[in-house]
Write a protein that binds this ligand. Structure first.
Ligand code: CP
Length: 311
């Protein structure tokens, strides 16, 4: 089936069928990632630029590996090592790279809207790898993949997203993605960590009572408290935050027997998530999410770059 998107910037532009096509394609790439030689020639001759202007461990490493395992030519670029520090604009930077006839740019930036801006100035495809507090669509895809693989379905699941919703680009993509796939979504946070208009995200329920919500949930998605984006003191202490909004050993008793715990990483252990649950062999799917990152990013790259037509 042909894939009718050039960019992956806004997950709300994708239908349930588009998302399921990416997830099912990602399943086929799991097989490649289990091989001794983890490389296929599907995107040989394609040039991809990874422009990371903000720190990243998971997203950057998994994109780079995904590209290399698909046989792309990869240019890693961004941050303080570029002429942006001398005052060159991002658009001029992109137009310079375009002169090399690049095919796709993966971009992470602290400013919301940068992926869209770049898409207006290049014939290359753009993937948003996280822009400010706005969106992180490939994170949503890998989260959907992990929940789907763990629970066997997405339709009808109830997912709770807990914590720093106001600063979360993960939430900006994950809430609409879950809704597109037929899930019920509850946001659980103190008032001070909610956006001014939480309803805009499209969740079904908003509450500050984690204990009351937990018995209803099939998946508990813990968000990182984004210390680098906090202004003022949105909660009195990390100890109090952990008591009210952390997933602790005590709280596990309130979970459904088959409910899972997700986290996009990096984790603030002992703040939003205790090690007992982060490392729990049955509950935690956090390392499955990391693995899903490479499979879903291979799928997105392959489909955006015309792989389904080539096949
Ligand atoms: N989840 C996520 O985006 O992690 P990194 O910042 O390490 O890429």
């Amino acid at each position: 089936m042909a894939f009718d998107h050039k960019h992956l910037i806004d997950i709300t532009e994708y239908s349930a069928e588009d998302i399921m096509q990416i997830l099912e394609t990602a399943v086929t790439f799991m097989e490649v990632n289990e091989r001794k030689i983890k490389k296929v020639p599907l995107l040989k001759g394609v040039t991809v630029v990874n422009m990371f202007n903000e720190p990243s461990t998971r997203t950057k490493s998994s994109f780079e590996l995904a590209e290399k395992r698909l046989s792309c030519d990869v240019l890693n670029f961004g941050g303080k090592s570029t002429s942006v520090v001398k005052g060159e604009s991002l658009v001029d930077t992109l137009e310079t790279l375009d002169a090399y006839k690049i095919d796709l740019v993966v971009v992470r930036d602290k400013h919301a809207g940068v992926p869209y801006l770049l898409s207006q100035h290049t014939p290359a495809a753009i993937i948003d790898a996280g822009d400010g507090k706005h969106q992180h669509p490939t994170q949503a895809l890998l989260d959907l993949f992990s929940i789907w693989r763990s629970k066997g379905t997405l339709e009808g699941l109830h997912v709770g997203i807990v914590g720093d919703i106001g600063h979360s680009r993960v939430c900006g993509s994950l809430v609409p993605a879950l809704k597109i796939m037929g899930c019920t979504v509850t946001l659980i946070a103190p008032q001070t960590l909610l956006p001014a208009r939480p309803d805009v995200l499209g969740a079904d329920y908003v509450t500050a009572d984690l204990d009351a919500a937990l018995p209803e949930l099939d998946a508990v998605y813990m968000l990182r408290v984004q210390r680098e984006r906090l202004e003022g003191a949105p909660f009195p202490s990390t100890r109090e935050y952990n008591m009210l909004f952390g997933m602790t050993r005590d709280r596990e008793r309130l979970m459904r027997p088959d409910a899972i715990v997700c986290h996009p990483g990096p984790i603030n252990r002992g703040v939003e998530l205790d090690s007992y649950l982060a490392d729990h062999p049955e509950r935690s799917v956090i390392l499955d999410q990391v693995y899903a990152g490479i499979c879903t990013r291979m799928a997105a790259l392959y489909l955006l770059l015309g792989g389904s037509e080539n096949a």
